[in-house]
Write a protein that binds this ligand. Structure first.
Ligand SMILES: Nc1ncnc2c1ncn2[C@@H]1O[C@H](COP(=O)(O)OP(=O)(O)O)[C@@H](O)[C@H]1O
Ligand SMILES: [Mg+2]
Length: 463
C-alpha cells in the first residue's frame, strides 16, 4: 500500500556539496593570499639586500688626490650571493657617463638623487631587479654625481615562491580533506534525527497510530506535529470505517435472516406443489443475496484488515479443520465428501486468523461449488519447517487456463460458472489475504486428471 515516494535531491548530498564547495573556496583563497603575501615578502627582502649592496658601493666611493677612487667592497656582492645562485650585475656612472660595470645594463629609473630607485627590467632575456642610488661628490672642487646600480636576476625569488606555493598547496589540500571529512560528519549528524524518526515510525506495528513522543530537534518539530495530527485524524477515520463495516454487516444480514426464517415457516404451511416450488426459489434467492452480501462485507473487511494486519501465531492445521467443519454441511447437501490430510505437527505462521479463515473458506467454498455432486474435495496441509501450504483440490472441470490471470480480480467470474451462484470475490479475497501475509495464492489444474487445485503458501514463523 506504500505509494512510490517522489524524491527530489538529497539534504545530505546538498549539505555535503555546500560544505565541500565552501572548503574548496577557502582552500583556494588561502593559497592565493599566502602566495601573494609570500611574493611581496620575498621581493621586499631582495630589494632590501640590493639597496644595502648599492649603499655599500656608494659609501666606498671616495675622492683621493682629486680623482674618484672606487674600490667595490667584496661584501657588496657577497651579501647578494648569500641569497641564491642568482647572477649579479652592476654599473657605476659619473655624471651619467659610464665608469665601470656592465655598460649595456638597462637604464635605471629616473628620479631624485637622494632617492633609492627600483626597477624591474629584462636583461639578457631574463628578468632582473635593479636598484639605483646616487651620491654627490666634490671632485677637484667640481660637484659631480656618482650613481650606482646593482641588479640581480630573480630565479631565487621564483624558486622560493614555488617552494612556498607547493607547501601552501599541500596545506590547502590537507585543509580541504579535513574540511571534507568534517563536512561529511556534519551532514551525517544533521540528518541523523530525521533518519531516527523515519526508522521509529516505520518500525511501528500497523495498528500503532500513537503520536511520536521522542524528543526531536527544533527544526523537525513542525514535521512531527503534522505527523501526529495526521495520525490522530487517521485513527479517528479508521475507527469510523471499522464501525461502519460492522454496522453494515449487521444491517444487511439480520433482515435477510429474518426473511429466510419467515420463508421457511411459510414453506411448511404451503401445500400446493407449485407454491412450494416458488417459496423454495425464494429461499434460494435469499441465500444467494445473503452470501453475496456476506462476501462483499468480507472483502471490505479483508481490505481493511490487510492494511492493519494483526499478527498472532496461527496454526494452518487448525484453520483448515475449522474451515472443513464449517462447510461440511454445505458439502453434504451435494453429497460431496471432504477429505482432510494434516501433517504430524502444527504449522504456525504469524498472521490474522480471521483473514486467513476467510481465505480458506472462500477456496473451499469454490471447490464445493465447482465440483460435481457425489465427488471428493481434498484438503491437504503440509509444511517443510520454513513454508506452510494448504492445498484444496476438487474433481470439477478445473480452471480455464486462459482465465487464470484475471480470476483474482474483483467481480471477475470464469466462463465455467453456468448455474453456479457467486459474486466473483472469493479468489480476490484469498489472493489479497495471501499477499497481506507475504504469501501467495496459486491456481492450477490437477496434473493427474480433472479438477481445480488452489493452494495458499506462507512463510512459517520460526520456532
Ligand atoms: N475450484 C474451482 N474450479 C473451477 N473454477 C473455479 C474454481 N474456483 C474458482 N473458479 C473460477 O474462478 C472464478 C472466480 O472465483 P471467485 O472469485 O471465487 O468467484 P465466484 O466463486 O463468486 O464466481 C469463478 O467464477 C470460477 O470461474
Ligand atoms: Mg467463490
Amino acid at each position: 500500500m506504500t505509494g512510490a515516494v517522489r524524491k527530489k535531491g538529497s539534504i545530505r548530498r546538498r549539505l555535503i556539496i555546500q560544505l565541500l564547495g565552501g572548503a574548496a573556496l577557502l582552500a583556494i583563497l588561502m593559497f592565493v593570499v599566502v602566495r601573494l603575501y609570500a611574493r611581496d615578502l620575498a621581493a621586499d627582502s631582495q630589494d632590501e639586500i640590493l639597496s644595502a649592496s648599492v649603499t655599500s658601493i656608494l659609501d666606498a666611493a671616495a675622492v683621493r688626490n682629486g680623482t674618484l677612487a672606487l674600490d667595490i667592497p667584496y661584501s657588496a656582492f657577497s651579501m647578494l650571493g648569500n641569497v641564491s645562485d642568482d647572477r649579479v650585475f652592476y654599473t657605476v656612472t659619473r655624471n651619467d657617463a659610464f665608469v665601470t660595470g656592465y655598460q649595456d645594463l638597462p637604464t635605471p629609473q629616473q628620479g631624485r638623487i637622494s632617492e633609492t630607485r627600483f626597477r624591474t627590467a629584462t636583461y639578457r632575456d631574463v628578468e632582473i631587479r635593479m636598484v639605483t642610488a646616487a651620491r654627490r661628490l666634490s671632485i677637484a672642487g667640481v660637484p659631480e654625481v656618482v650613481e650606482v646600480t646593482v641588479a640581480q636576476t630573480r630565479d631565487g625569488l621564483r624558486q622560493t615562491l614555488n617552494e612556498i606555493s607547493r607547501t601552501v598547496a599541500m596545506f590547502g589540500i590537507g585543509f580541504f580533506l579535513l574540511a571534507a571529512f568534517l563536512g561529511v560528519l556534519a551532514a551525517q549528524s544533521a540528518i541523523g534525527p530525521l533518519r531516527q524518526l523515519a526508522g521509529s515510525v516505520s518500525r511501528r506495528g500497523p495498528e500503532d497510530l500513537r503520536p511520536v513522543t521522542a524528543r526531536v530537534p527544533e527544526e523537525m518539530a513542525p514535521l512531527v506535529a503534522a505527523l501526529n495530527s495526521f495520525m490522530s485524524r487517521l485513527k479517528a477515520s479508521l475507527t469510523r470505517s471499522e464501525d461502519l463495516i460492522a454496522e453494515a454487516a449487521h444491517r444487511v444480514r439480520t433482515p435477510l435472516a429474518t426473511v429466510r426464517t419467515q420463508a421457511e415457516i411459510t414453506l411448511r404451511r404451503v401445500d400446493k406443489p407449485e407454491n412450494r416450488q416458488a417459496v423454495r426459489e425464494m429461499i434460494r434467492a435469499i441465500d444467494e443475496s445473503s452470501r453475496a452480501a456476506g462476501q462483499l462485507l468480507d472483502h471490505a473487511m479483508v481490505s481493511f484488515r490487510s492494511e492493519h494486519l494483526e499478527t498472532k501465531g496461527v496454526d494452518l492445521c487448525r484453520l483448515a479443520s475449522d474451515a472443513v467443519e464449517r462447510l461440511r454441511p454445505m458439502a453434504d447437501l451435494r453429497d460431496i465428501d471432504i477429505e482432510l490430510t494434516l501433517p504430524g505437527e502444527p504449522q504456525i505462521l504469524r498472521g490474522d486468523a480471521i483473514l486467513l479463515q476467510s481465505a480458506l473458506l472462500n477456496l473451499l467454498d469454490n471447490a464445493i461449488k465447482y465440483s460435481p455432486t457425489d465427488s471428493t474435495v481434498r484438503v491437504v496441509v503440509s509444511g517443510d519447517g520454513t513454508a506452510g501450504r494448504v492445498m484444496i483440490r476438487d474433481s470439477g472441470k478445473g480452471f480455464a487456463l486462459g482465465e487464470l490471470k484475471t480470476l483474482t480480480q474483483r467481480f471477475v467470474r470464469g466462463g465455467n460458472t453456468s448455474g453456479v451462484v457467486g459474486s466473483g470475490l472469493g479468489l480476490t479475497i484469498a489472493d489479497e489475504v495471501a499477499r497481506a501475509h507475504g504469501g501467495s495464492l496459486k491456481l492450477e489444474n490437477a496434473k493427474e486428471g480433472i479438477g481445480g487445485c488452489a493452494s495458499l503458501s506462507f512463510l512459517l514463523a520460526s520456532r
